[in-house]
Design a protein around this ligand. Structure first.
Ligand code: PGA
Length: 248
């Protein structure tokens, strides 16, 4: 049995002061040590959030994005080695907002996953179809392409330790979550692609669901086949709702 992951993607919310306050509160109220909880603060809030978690921290931390070069003239970007140095364990790669707002390509996600692994962290690769693609019946094809492309530069060990999130674009921030049946179907597709890549060890790869997860629907979603945790945006921003999700 793999350990479930509860991941909080704060997106562009909570500056350094607010982030530290929230993490301190989460630390005070945290009771579950049988799951892996990961917080993804904005890059500028990372250090204060990480510091507020104490040492040892009961949670893991990640960054929401890195560039795939190690260093250099890339104004505005942060590298994977910098994220590692700051204390990150995970990096989100290919989040739908990166793909659809900032034009990140499958090729970019492949280079980022490789750089994240080589810097000693774990990529959390996000895949998901748009509403048009779903309506055209292309869901399985789209997520298969995104998954294969994003993982293309990883070796067998890296493949089995990476984490995947299925986040249908139409469910992110819309209040419209996938049904447990929809989630199970697509997670099944992802698991079979992984089986193709790493055989039986595909069972060890954690596949999270994301998109309008709330305290009200999290239990149903976690009950679906092949769902090994959740990636949560809006409902992870306040300690009450986030802790109630994590207690599911
Ligand atoms: P949401 O976002 O929970 O606000 O829908 C999820 C995500 O984008 O990771």
């Amino acid at each position: 049995m793999t350990q479930q992951i509860f991941a909080a993607n704060w997106k562009m919310n909570h500056g350094p002061t607010a982030a530290a306050g929230i993490v301190s509160e989460l630390r005070r109220r945290w009771r579950r040590f049988d799951v892996e909880m990961i917080i993804f603060p904005p890059a500028l809030s990372f250090a204060s959030a990480r510091a507020a978690a104490g040492d040892p921290s009961p949670f893991k931390f990640g960054v929401q994005n890195v560039y795939y070069a190690e260093r250099g003239a890339f104004t505005g970007e942060n590298s994977a080695p910098m994220a590692k140095d700051a204390g990150a364990d995970y990096v989100l790669v290919g989040h739908s907002e990166r793909r659809h707002v900032f034009g990140e390509t499958d090729e970019d996600t492949a280079k980022k996953c490789a750089m994240v692994e080589r810097s000693g962290m774990t990529p959390l690769l996000c895949v998901g179809e748009t509403l048009d693609q779903r309506n055209r019946g292309e869901t399985a094809g789209v997520v298969t392409r995104q998954l294969r492309a994003g993982l293309a530069q990883l070796d067998q060990v890296e493949l089995t330790t990476s984490v995947i999130a299925y986040e249908p674009v139409w469910a992110i921030g819309t209040g419209r979550n996938a049904t447990p049946e929809d989630a199970a179907e697509t997670h099944g597709v992802l698991r079979s692609v992984l089986r193709d890549l790493v055989g039986d060890r595909a069972a060890e790869v954690r596949i999270l669901y994301g998109g309008s997860v709330t305290p009200a629907n999290v239990e149903q979603i976690l009950g679906a086949a092949d769902v090994d945790g959740v990636l949560v945006g809006g409902a992870s921003l306040e300690p009450d709702s986030w802790l109630s999700i994590c207690s599911a």
